[in-house]
Design a protein around this ligand. Structure first.
Ligand code: GLN
Length: 252
């Protein structure tokens, strides 16, 4: 049994669409495997100390909330990069948090926000919001294809740098920019995505992947194979969401 230490960045600001629900999924799925989740909030006044957390989580927010935290977060770039890229902690960044982990985000009203520069991407808001159900195909391990179903609502168009790895290929929905056919970004154990709301309740495999990466950071070993769970309700939720995305047709 291990204690998985989660650092939740700016929960008072970046928390739209059930971001706390994703943390609850981590906690339950860890507990069902005999592990404990210890969640600490990393707010404006708190430092990021590499090695202190096994998994970082940053949620979604509107431009207004992003503006409130962007400067504070950018000032913590180096320790966050050291913790995740240097130290191998896992990270999940959702929507507004995802945008701020790139090099920069230009908001809807032209506000320029410096990002962390952890993920190889930039985001500029466009005039039309990209809203709706999304279905992706992901291959985080070579040869293992899985689908992610969720909901997106963003004005930002995210461009990955050449050669950067997306989180998945868009089967249905807009994704990063409505054109490239890519959604999200993956860099080692760090994942960013526009899919929010109940992302982890309906995609439990993603929660388990991140927990396994966090356990690998905790123990200094390989990501463990977590014992499977029945996941009947979760599979049904996934199917409902995937079905809604498919009903909207292909890429927009
Ligand atoms: N403000 C960002 C955008 O509209 C992110 C929105 C969100 O987190 N839902 O692109």
């Amino acid at each position: 049994m291990s204690t998985i230490r989660v650092g939740h960045l700016y929960p008072e600001y970046l928390n739209i669409y059930a971001d706390r629900g994703n943390i609850a999924v981590f906690a339950r799925r860890a507990a069902w495997r005999g592990h404990e989740l210890e969640v600490t909030s990393i707010g404006m006044k708190d430092a990021i100390v590499p090695g202190m957390h096994d998994l970082y989580y940053i949620g979604g927010g509107q431009d207004r909330e992003q503006l409130l935290v962007a400067g504070n977060l950018a000032a913590k770039s180096q320790p966050l990069i050291d913790a995740v890229i240097g130290g191998g902690a896992a990270l999940l960044a959702v929507c507004g948090g995802y945008q701020l982990l790139g090099r920069r985000y230009r908001g809807f009203h032209g506000e320029d926000m410096a990002g962390v520069g952890l993920l190889p991407l930039e985001t500029v808001a466009g005039s039309r919001r990209m809203i709706g159900d999304v279905l992706l195909e992901c291959e985080l391990e070579p040869g293992v294809r899985r689908t992610l179903a969720g909901f997106e609502n963003h004005a930002g168009r995210t461009r990955l740098d050449p050669g950067a790895e997306p989180l998945g290929r868009v089967v249905s929905g807009f994704g990063n920019d409505g054109e490239s056919g890519f959604e999200g970004c993956r860099l080692g154990r760090a994942l960013g995505t526009y899919l929010h709301g109940p992302l982890l309740p309906r995609n439990p495999w993603l929660a388990d992947w991140l927990l396994a990466q966090a356990l690998a950071h905790r123990t200094g070993g390989e990501p463990p194979e977590l014992p499977p769970l029945p996941d009947e309700l979760e599979s049904r939720a996934h199917e409902v969401s995937a079905g809604r995305a498919r009903a909207r047709g292909g890429k927009r």
